[in-house]
Design a protein around this ligand. Structure first.
Ligand code: NAD
Ligand code: UFG
Length: 340
């Protein structure tokens, strides 16, 4: 019998790519999303790519009554939990909104799962839980550190809640996936990242500048102790990241660890300037950019030790930087206004 996966936040950037991967791996997919940062149009696109239907429920993970209905009406084998707010700057302005959505939302989801005896969950964590002070590569054994922003704090808090919850009850089997920098888009050009307003992250800013929607890309910092003075990050193709979720699910089903923690990155760092230059080269265009002051809260270098995911999950990222930059431009140029 097919296994059924509840995907919270499945209409979002990473969630939509994960739905494609799950459908391609023959899972039944039930998406619960309040569409606060995504478009209903993504559902048709997923169907176009996979030729398969998923079940969509528009709603909020903090809605206890709705969650009870979802778990009562659907047979669910595991949950992949993407739903959350993710804008670092905004999290400093409205901390309680972030804590309510990301932390309380996760607790409400866990309560419903417990009530319905569903114990497998994959959680979207972030490299932000390592804090700012460790040299890369970052290994999962490093103690976590206090994040400097409220978004990061919400991720660390949920990680800690999951670890404490798992200790108390052998129902649970949790995968904590610490993502590095997800970029790119599905090769079809049908789904991709569609940020609201002015993008915070590098790649959406790059593509919107290339489109002429933004005048100039500001590169934050040219004086970091790196090969060219710009920040270094571990960029991972969102399709690889989606694949890692299927691997993690399979691991939970076969090994049933109480808690497993895995970095999901490539293990290679590229500088911001390298990314900009490769983007120009791969896509045969010129990008308007300027160097400006460092951005507060940024670290110089952040990349993963990716060995644990390889050993335990058999996960290795397959797409290289050029693939990521080609696919992200394909998506943006095919969809100049995203899903609008
Ligand atoms: P996204 O905003 O595109 O997707 C999140 C989805 O969750 C959206 O569709 C949104 O509508 C939905 N959502 C938000 N709050 C909800 C709620 N209370 N109930 C139901 N649905 C809700 O973000 P993404 O980039 O796809 O990120 C997915 C997850 O991965 C998030 O938890 C994010 O914090 C985490 N993460 C992202 C990155 C990154 O760089 N994109 C890095 C590390 C971790
Ligand atoms: N950058 C620019 N110009 C821009 C945007 C970004 O130069 O317009 C630079 C940043 O200074 C940084 C690099 O590009 O050096 C990557 O920045 P992003 O904002 O794309 O990503 P971050 O590494 O800051 O953040 C990401 C995720 C967060 C997560 C964090 C740590 O977006 O969710 O990694 O894991 F918390």
């Amino acid at each position: 019998m097919k296994q059924s996966i509840l995907v919270t936040g499945g209409a979002g950037f990473i969630g939509s790519h994960c739905c494609v991967e799950l459908l391609d791996h023959n899972f039944n997919v039930i998406v619960l999303d309040n569409l606060s940062n995504s478009s209903i149009k993504v559902l048709d696109r997923i169907k176009k790519i996979t030729g398969k239907e998923l079940h969509f429920i528009q709603g909020d993970i903090r809605d206890k009554v709705l969650l009870d209905q979802v778990f009562t009406q659907h047979h669910i084998d595991a949950v992949i939990h993407f739903a959350g707010l993710k804008a670092v700057g905004e999290s400093m302005q409205v901390p309680l909104t972030y804590f309510d959505n990301n932390i309380s939302g996760s607790i409400t989801l866990l309560q419903a799962m417990q009530q319905h005896r569903i114990g497998h969950l994959v959680f979207s964590s972030s490299a932000t839980v390592y804090g700012e002070n460790y040299p890369s590569p970052l290994h999962e054994d490093l103690p976590t550190a206090q994040p400097t922003n409220n978004y990061g704090y919400s991720k660390l808090a949920v990680e800690q809640i999951l670890q404490a919850t798992a200790k108390a009850n052998d129902l649970w089997s949790f995968a904590l996936l610490r993502y590095f920098n997800p970029i790119g888009a599905h090769q079809s050009g049908l789904i991709g990242e569609d940020p609201n307003g002015i993008p915070n992250n590098l790649l959406p800013y790059v593509t919107q500048t290339a489109m002429g929607k933004r005048e100039v890309l500001s590169i934050y910092g040219h004086d970091y102790p790196t090969q060219d003075g710009t920040g270094v990050r571990d960029f991972i193709h969102v399709v690889d990241l989606a694949h890692a979720h299927v691997k993690a699910l399979q691991y939970l089903f076969t090994h049933k660890p109480s808690v497993g923690i895995w970095n999901i990155g490539t293990g290679t760092g590229y500088s911001v300037l390298e990314v900009v230059k490769r983007f120009e080269q791969v896509n045969q265009l010129k990008l308007n950019y300027q160097f400006v002051e460092r951005r507060a809260g940024d670290v110089a270098v952040c990349f993963a030790d990716a060995n644990k995911a390889k050993q335990d999950l058999g996960f290795v990222a397959e797409h290289n930087l050029d693939d990521m930059l080609r696919d992200v431009w394909h998506w943006q140029s095919q969809n100049p206004d995203g899903y609008a």
